[in-house]
Design a protein around this ligand. Structure first.
Ligand SMILES: [Zn+2]
Length: 91
């Protein structure tokens, strides 16, 4: 007894692993390049405003997450910074 369905599915259409890996590599490179060009993104908590208004909008307080700047470091850039710091410490 052979598992017919599985056998035919894998034999008829093999997954294009080369294409998938290539696309993944291209996407990773594009993301790395974009992180190099634009290291900052809007703060998620205050959506780039850097401050919050009370309901009556008379009192403003600073966003604690981004310390009022309204920006945050992107994930890819944070990883890169950590990598650079480790490399600097090693040399
Ligand atoms: Zn913020």
């Amino acid at each position: 007894m052979r598992p017919l369905i599985a056998a035919t599915a894998t034999q008829d259409r093999p997954l294009p692993w080369g294409w998938l890996l290539g696309a993944l590599l291209v996407a990773a490179l594009a993301y790395a390049a974009s992180c190099a060009w634009w290291p900052f993104a809007h703060c998620r908590k205050c959506e780039g405003r850097g401050k919050f208004a009370r309901k009556d909008s008379k009192v403003w307080r600073r966003c604690r997450r981004c310390k009022g700047s309204g920006t945050r470091l992107r994930f890819g850039r944070r990883v890169w910074n950590r990598f650079a710091r480790v490399r600097k410490a090693a040399s």
